[in-house]
Design a binder for this molecule. Structure first.
Ligand SMILES: O=C[C@H](O)COP(=O)(O)O
Length: 246
């Protein structure tokens, strides 16, 4: 298994002071030869966290960006602005944005193009609802999301997050994850040919220190996108410790 990637999505939590305490609990405790680690604080905390991460092995990500490089978009943040702060990754198309902000596949794709243009690595999220899985429509839904959200030749990171497992305290089963990962890889190869091999696929949805070892040992799981457990330094470091470092 190659080096895995653990991404912490802090969502809309914390103050700059709380972020500093959390980062202080991570840097220095993370061995240089660990799995790849990226933390994604809210926009307001990015600048101070970027300063704190200088000289550490932790990458910095944002939780969204606008599809335009600049312009009259009140309240939005562009990919070049993130790059300017030292951000290297950006989460795009998270279900909380797809649903909460009616974000469409096409918009996610435009944002990914903008992110790549600015030198950022997009982490594009896909996932089905509970109703779609119950109706056995999840593979259709995921196939459409990949087709609509990933730009041609995409070689970034794909995060599979079944919406029903997010913040639920109960992750998808190993069997569900393994089957869906195999489907996603096949779909990437079908849609993108050889380029589909380069895409890393993460699992997200109620990953914690307890279930991380078994989830991260599933074939095709290149890492995890962690929400709630990334707000606790000890829990997050345990998850990182469960990930393959080489
Ligand atoms: O981006 C992270 C995911 O939405 C997972 O969140 P969670 O670990 O709190 O379930």
């Amino acid at each position: 298994m190659s080096r895995q990637m653990i991404v912490g999505n802090w969502k809309m939590n914390g103050t700059c002071q709380a972020a500093q305490a959390l980062v202080a609990g991570l840097v220095g405790r993370l061995p240089q030869d660990s799995a790849e680690v990226v933390i994604c604080p809210p926009f307001t905390q990015l600048a101070s966290v970027a300063d704190q991460l200088v000289g550490s092995f932790i990458g910095l990500g944002a939780q969204d960006c606008h599809q335009a490089a600049s312009g009259a978009y009140t309240g939005d943040i562009s990919a070049p602005m993130l790059a300017d702060l030292g951000v290297s990754h950006v989460i795009l198309g998270h279900s909380e944005r797809r649903q909460g902000h009616a974000e469409l596949d096409e918009t996610v794709r435009e944002k990914a193009v903008a992110a790549i243009h600015a030198g950022l690595t997009p982490i594009i999220c896909v996932g089905e609802t509970a109703e779609q899985r119950d109706a056995n429509q999840h593979e259709d839904v995921l196939g459409w999301q990949i087709e609509g959200s990933l730009p041609a030749g995409f070689s970034g990171v794909l995060a599979y997050e079944p919406i029903w497992a997010i913040g639920a305290g109960r992750a998808a089963t190993e069997e569900q994850i393994a089957q869906t990962m195999a489907f996603l890889r096949a779909e990437l190869l079908r849609q993108f040919g050889e380029a589909g091999k380069a895409v890393k696929i993460l699992y997200g949805g109620s990953v914690n220190a307890g279930n991380a070892p078994s989830i991260l040992s599933i074939p095709e799981v290149a890492g995890a996108l962690v929400g709630g457990a990334s707000l606790d330094a000890d829990a997050f470091l345990s998850i990182v410790g469960a990930a393959s470092a080489s």
